[in-house]
Design a protein around this ligand. Structure first.
Ligand code: LLP
Length: 441
């Protein structure tokens, strides 16, 4: 029986939800709840779907996993195993990648305000490329790379004036974004010309990311067409052409049954076809890079909770509280994100009760799901919330001093603990007693 939204989970003889061949109720007992569980086979499938779409098109490519979606050493090692490259956006994400032994030449460093020490760290590690966001970073990087007598590979992040909002694309003239060089106002052209004078920088090409949770191909098509309308002019004027065109991430996933994502190959085909149509005359086909985060890990993750208290307001709402909430999944509170759930130990029972699933934080907005059709649930039941694999653990926090949950990878009937649950001791690890923190004159 197929029960989860994406389709690989199954149900045990006792009516328990299984993931990757393992009973989730057992997982909850063994590792405690709240618990993030990843179906590793699903992550591999997604990675392979992206890669084989490129292989079919016979182009040079890199699929870089946007590790902001979910970063821990095991995940980085899995990305490596699947032949992915890696996008990191901070010293912390870079450190995790280095600790995990990720091949440095496949690491791409993002961020709109990289610090001097982050730039030094990345240069020392000899990472593959910097995605440079602004003029300040460009000159800082040139200065540090020159001082170290190394050459930094660079993509310039540009804002092409196309922004995707799930199903809508907004065409903005002067794009109002904190990221990247603005195309329309001439910043990109200026940056390209500046780089030609920089001896410690090798300009690999351009990067753009038009948004997230995108369900159609036309935003990418529009962005490519817009970029090429400039590129052809620059080619004619200075012979500039990008070796690499990085089109970012943003491929939509299914959080609820109302979401209908495209097969990932559709995006890749549309991108490549558009680029092929735009590359004219003497220009060469660039290497094409993408940066999926959510679409690689989102649907593969679920969160297990234990059901606790109920509050039934007659005729109004039946609240069901779980042992987690906005601390392990900030997305409903931050973006009004929607999720679906099930009672994992009652898979053979009808979903004939209407509940609203509340978190345990001291905040009225700490609601995981409003109006959720579920099996009748009592305290001690295990709840599974689906599609929490992206931006769940990575945005987890310690509000109310809740320890961050553990993360378990399951594959072929085996469960591996990949991130330990935080302890209360971890919570006070960096606290100092009242007097000790004082600096005396
Ligand atoms: N590349 C760049 C430059 C990005 O800024 C992002 C996401 C990605 C790739 C990956 O996008 P994805 O494929 O995961 O959609 N916390 C928000 C998402 C913020 C995304 C920021 N950038 C959420 O929970 O929905």
């Amino acid at each position: 029986m197929i029960v989860n939204l994406y389709g690989t989970s199954a149900v045990s003889d006792e009516g328990h939800l299984k993931v990757g061949g393992i009973d989730t109720v057992q997982l909850g007992k063994k590792f405690g709840t709240a618990l993030y569980v990843y179906d590793v086979a699903m992550i591999r499938d997604k990675a392979r779907a992206f890669r084989s779409a490129f292989e079919r098109e016979n182009v040079n490519y890199q699929v870089a996993y946007a590790s902001k979606a979910f970063s821990c050493m095991a995940m980085i090692q899995l990305a490596e195993e699947e032949g992915l490259s890696l996008d990191v956006v901070s010293g912390g994400e870079l450190y995790t990648a280095l600790k995990a032994g990720f091949p440095v030449e496949r690491i791409h460093f993002h961020g709109n305000n990289k610090s001097e020490s982050e730039i030094r760290m990345a240069l020392d590690a000899e990472i593959g490329c910097f995605v440079v966001d602004n003029f300040y970073e460009l000159s800082l990087l040139e200065q540090i790379a020159e001082e170290k007598n190394v050459k930094a590979n660079v993509l310039l992040r540009i804002t092409p004036g196309i922004e995707a909002h799930t199903h809508d694309y907004i065409l903005t003239g002067q794009e109002d974004s904190k990221f990247g060089f603005d195309l329309q106002s001439g910043q990109v052209e200026r940056a390209i010309l500046d780089v030609t004078k920089m001896s410690a920088i090798h300009l690999l090409g351009l990067h753009c990311h038009i948004g997230s949770q995108i369900f159609e191909t036309n935003g990418f098509v529009m962005a490519i067409e817009k970029i090429y309308s400039y590129l052809t002019t620059w080619y004619d004027a200075y012979g500039f052409e990008p070796e690499v065109l990085n089109l970012g991430g943003g491929f939509g996933i299914r959080y609820t049954s109302e979401d209908h994502p495209l097969p990932v190959g559709n995006y890749i085909e549309a991108m490549i076809e558009t680029i092929r149509n735009q590359v004219t005359g003497q220009m060469n086909m660039p290497e094409i890079w993408i940066e999926p985060g959510r679409s690689l890990v989102g649907e593969a993750g679920l969160t297990l909770y234990t059901v606790g208290s109920h509050k039934n307001v007659p005729e109004l709402r039946h609240y069901l509280a779980v042992d987690g909430g906005m601390t392990d999944n900030l997305r409903p509170a931050l973006y009004q994100a929607k999720y679906e759930a099930t009672i994992a130990n009652r898979m053979n029972e009808a979903k004939d009760h209407l509940y609203s699933v509340a978190g345990k934080c001291c905040e009225s907005g700490d609601m995981l799901i409003w109006d959720c059709q579920l099996q009748r649930a009592i305290a001690g039941d295990t709840m599974a919330v689906f599609s929490t694999g992206a931006y769940g653990y990575s945005m987890a926090n310690n509000y109310n001093r809740l320890p961050r949950p553990a993360v378990v990878f399951v594959e072929n009937g085996e469960a591996n603990l990949v991130v330990e649950r935080e302890s209360y001791e971890d919570l006070v690890r960096h606290d100092l007693p009242l007097k000790q923190a004082i600096i005396s004159k």
